[in-house]
Design a protein around this ligand. Structure first.
Ligand SMILES: [Zn+2]
Length: 571
């Protein structure tokens, strides 16, 4: 039994996430965490909302709420949705927690003591009417190069030229529209990343098992050369900086967000029920016995391969560094971008209102953007759910249990003995099971979904070829053998499918009265696993597991969510 720490990149607080966010970190991490738990490892699966920074302040302002209240409410909304998607976090924390305040200041002090922090004065735009400094992207004005009227202080999105806020003509606050702006001097802290570059590089070079997507992004960043990076901001909402002269300043969100992985682990320990002891530090400090795996989309890779490790290495303390990073490309919506700000795509609350979570989980895992982008379309989604879930898996379960119930009653039938077809099935099953287990262990999600589908196909092929509905007319014992084997196959599916479609598998285990104990995984080879449920073991016939998505529904969905429009825009 190994100790496995799993973290998912932290979803940002400003609103409900979309399907791309789900597969790009949280769902993939969940599949892995579930598999590792089921196979007997000690797993701690941690996630949290990332709550600091200007976008949270702006979103709260737009919602007309104090930012603390906005974040508390949005955290609850996101937490509920993730529970409904059956994400099995051991703890879902908040980066604004007291634990993270304490740890972020701890890391800052360690870095400062080691000489990696520098105080500098910089010039920044101050909005007199808003009573605050404005980040570059919250200043808008006319582009001096192309005359575009809505250019941002960091870049003109019309001509793509990079800008300084002072380049803008007729500059104004994006928050209030006020033109009453001035440039002020303000003190900030910088992390001297170039002085940590050698150590970070040496560490990255030692990680030779990382996927290419991840190591190439990390190395490209290092090759470009690291710059000193500001770790503080002139904002009200955030973690106050414990340093004289820094009243009214907070840590920059990029600095405190990854520390929340540790913070949320401490939140988990601090929220232990009476009588239970949870040792947060054993997962993070002097934790050579822990294997730490992170899941994230590729835009997060630089922070997790360079910035956060630099924070840890620079602290001079023996905090845990990540062992393996699983990175993802983008899921697109009809070839175009999912967009939170423009509400383009399908968001998690909407998804759950249309179909149960396992439909989405299965499609997303089967189409995970592991090496390249993958595209969501409603017809593609319906095609996969109908073929794999309804026709292959659901239909096998339904026809097996119904036929058995009609001819033998609601219990595993007795009679007959296994023959060559059962031996062949067991051998084929074992080889696909071995592959499936290896795919899950290697976090190869698309391959794992394909292997699971192949397990379901084996069941269908077996029943089609052995034809119990014909056998029953002439050889009742032979029909009993086939049904007994098929019901045991359903038991096997209800166990091994649980990392990907946990709700359906839980319902099936209940229908078959399967108790798999503490480690719900197979412990024996296929021939033994196909004999687990003995004659006389009672079951109930569950309602159909999946319903087919009709062409009318597909047309309706793409009309309501703008699928066709987005497709045309992309084409
Ligand atoms: Zn321009």
């Amino acid at each position: 039994m190994a100790k496995v720490l799993v973290t998912s990149a932290l979803p940002y607080i400003n609103g409900i996430k979309h399907l791309g966010n789900l597969i790009g970190s949280m769902l993939s991490a969940d599949v892995y965490a579930r598999f590792m738990r089921a196979t007997g490892n000690e797993v701690l699966f941690i996630c949290a909302t990332d709550e600091h920074g200007t976008p949270a302040e702006i979103a709260a302002h737009e919602a007309g709420l104090p930012v603390e209240q906005y974040c508390r409410e949005q955290h609850e909304i996101q937490a509920r949705i993730y529970r409904d998607f059956a994400l099995s976090f051991d703890y879902f924390g908040r980066s604004s927690s007291p634990q993270n305040h304490e740890l972020t200041n701890h890391f800052y002090h360690r870095l400062d003591d080691a000489g990696f922090i520098e105080e500098r004065e910089i010039a920044q735009v101050y909005s007199i009417d808003d009573g605050r400094f404005l980040p570059d992207r919250y200043i808008t004005g006319t582009c001096p190069h192309c005359g575009y009227g809505n250019a941002r202080g960091d870049q003109c999105e019309n001509c793509t030229r990079l800008l300084e806020p002072t380049d803008l003509i007729d500059a104004r606050s994006a928050i209030s529209g006020s033109r009453n702006l001035e440039v002020r001097q303000t003190k900030h802290l910088f992390l001297k990343l170039p002085e940590l570059a050698d150590r970070v590089e040496e560490w990255i070079d030692s990680r030779n098992d990382w996927p290419l997507l991840v190591s190439s992004i990390a190395k490209a960043w290092l090759k470009e050369g690291l710059q000193d990076r500001g770790i503080t901001r002139d904002l009200k909402w955030g973690i106050p900086v414990d340093r004289p002269g820094f009243d009214g300043k907070v840590f920059y969100v990029w600095f405190d967000a990854p520390i929340e992985y540790i913070g949320a682990t401490k939140e988990w320990a601090d929220s232990a029920p009476p009588g239970e002891t949870r040792d947060w530090k054993s997962w993070w400090f002097d934790a050579a016995d822990v294997r730490y795996v992170e899941f994230m989309a590729k835009d997060n890779v630089p922070f997790h391969t360079v910035s956060f490790p630099a924070t840890i290495l620079g602290s001079g303390e023996n905090w845990k560094l990540v062992n393996y990073i699983k990175g993802f490309s983008w899921l697109t919506f009809y070839g175009g971008k999912f967009s939170t700000s423009q509400r383009r795509g399908i968001f998690l609350d909407q998804a759950l209102a249309e179909y149960p979570s396992d439909y989405w989980r299965y499609w997303l895992v089967a189409n995970a953007p592991e090496t390249d982008d993958s595209s969501f379309t409603f017809s593609g989604f319906a095609g996969v759910c109908n073929k794999d879930l309804a026709d292959t898996f659901g239909n096998f379960v339904n026809r097996t249990l119904r036929f058995c119930s009609a001819r033998f009653g609601d219990a595993v039938p007795a009679g007959g003995e296994d023959g060559p077809m059962e031996a062949e099935l067991a051998a084929n099953l074992q080889s696909v099971l071995d592959r499936y287990t290896a795919s899950l262990a290697a976090m190869q999600l698309r391959r794992a979904a394909a292997d699971l589908r192949e397990l379901w196909v084996l069941g269908n092929v077996y029943v089609d070829r052995s034809a119990p509905w014909t056998q029953i007319k002439t050889d009742r014992d032979r029909a009993a053998v086939i049904l007994r084997t098929a019901i045991n196959l359903i038991r096997l599916y209800a166990i091994v499918g649980s990392p990907i479609i946990p709700d359906t598998c839980a319902r099936l285990r209940q229908a078959l009265a399967v108790d798999v104990g503490e480690y719900p995984w197979l412990t024996q080879m296929a021939p033994v696993e196909l004999q687990r449920l003995s004659p006389g073991h009672a079951f109930t016939v569950p309602p159909p597991l999946f319903k087919k998505i009709t062409p009318e529904e597909i047309a309706d969905l793409s009309a309501r969510y703008g699928g066709e429009e987005a497709g045309e825009a992309a084409a």
